[in-house]
Design a protein around this ligand. Structure first.
Ligand SMILES: NC(=O)c1ccc[n+]([C@@H]2O[C@H](COP(=O)([O-])OP(=O)(O)OC[C@H]3O[C@@H](n4cnc5c(N)ncnc54)[C@H](O)[C@@H]3O)[C@@H](O)[C@H]2O)c1
Length: 317
């Protein structure tokens, strides 16, 4: 276990200490708890928890962030969307993770500020290939999301995507959508999406939106991958400071992230499926944390929900 983020700032003044870097570099996989919180939220602070996470992603070279969104029928009542829209929703967002505006040069003075957004062709090529290969194993549909009507980086994104898809993946059905339209279509026709590929910030925002299809931000896992099998695994949610310490956080996204770790970094596909199935069975059996509970449901604590999932896993591995 290694410190990162606020805990690391408190301990040594660095959100990604050298000992954490060294350990992560020598691992097959990194399982991450969220960083950040009100204690370290001073916008004028030179050192911030999120810097640790961005540096770790860059260090590991994990440029492809896979965020699956699958609706479990029993959780449809937990979503604010109508049931008819949610049936059959099973999509993956492939978010570019180490480029774009989050990594660009930042400047500010008293009255102005700037965040530079840059993409290079090779960064787009490699993420589009990851997404297209994934689509080939699924329903064969790829939707590339950009803002090509306004942004130069998006116009490059679209040109490169068109070139890679037509030359290397001609059998994959490619659709392009502007990010504002995609945000709407995620709510109006979510079941039509198979794989979505998009740049860093758009993917960050769209997946928080998409989490509501699955019932809660607490349900969604993620895997961040690069050229090797080494990966970084974390639920898509943050540190949830508003519920911290209350014992009510949904553990499903974190546990499903562990399943992705078993699958992608360790090649333990049966074990990964067993963990995913245990989560589903626990939910089908009626176990709920507060964020996914409908009226009349029995509400469990984080520990009790975790015990239910472990119980399912042990009973039927
Ligand atoms: N990868 C990361 O480490 C990461 C990602 C996002 C945000 N953050 C950080 O987390 C802090 C809080 O950010 P935020 O509030 O915008 O986002 P958040 O994801 O922590 O929380 C958003 C909302 O979702 C709820 N929520 C989140 N996880 C949940 C869970 N497992 N079960 C039930 N409800 C859950 C929270 O209670 C909150 O109402 C900030 O400091 C932010 O920088 C870190």
């Amino acid at each position: 276990m290694c410190p990162i983020g606020g805990a690391a700032i408190d301990a040594v003044g660095d959100p990604l200490p050298a000992e954490t870097t060294a350990s992560c570099e020598h691992c097959d996989a990194v399982f991450l708890g969220a960083v950040g919180g009100p204690k370290w939220s001073d916008p004028t602070a030179a050192v911030r928890p999120e810097q640790g996470l961005l540096r770790l992603r860059a260090l590991l070279g994990v440029y492809a962030n896979l965020r699956p969104v699958k609706v479990i029928n029993e959780l449809i009542p937990a979503s604010p969307l109508k049931a008819a829209k949610l049936a059959g929703v099973d999509l993956v967002v492939v978010r570019e993770l180490t480029g774009g505006i989050y990594f660009g040069e930042k400047t500010h003075d008293e009255t102005s500020a700037s965040d530079l957004c840059t993409y290079h062709s090779h960064e787009i090529e490699r993420i589009v290939r990851v997404a297209a290969r994934l689509a080939a194993k699924r329903r064969g549909k790829l939707c590339s999301v950009d803002k090509a009507n306004v942004l130069e980086t998006s116009r490059l994104w679209r040109r490169v995507t068109d070139r890679i898809m037509s030359s290397e993946f001609p059998s994959i059905e490619l659709e392009t959508q502007l990010v504002d339209a995609a945000a709407m279509h995620l709510l109006s026709r979510p079941a039509e999406f198979d794989v979505i590929v998009t740049e860093n910030m758009f993917g960050d925002i769209l997946t928080d939106e998409a989490s509501m299809l699955a019932g809660s931000l607490g349900m969604l896992p993620s895997a961040s991958l690069g050229e090797s099998s080494r990966g970084l695994y974390e639920p898509i949610h943050g540190s949830a400071p508003d519920i911290a310490g209350k014992g009510i956080a949904n553990p499903c996204g974190a546990i499903a992230s562990a399943a992705m770790l078993l699958r992608h970094s360790l090649g333990l596909h049966d074990d990964a499926n067993a963990v995913d199935n245990a989560i589903t069975r626990a939910i089908v059996a009626g176990n709920r944390t507060a964020d996914i509970a409908a009226q009349g449901d029995r509400v469990l604590s984080t520990d009790a929900m975790t015990d239910c999932i472990i119980g399912e896993l042990v009973q039927d591995p």
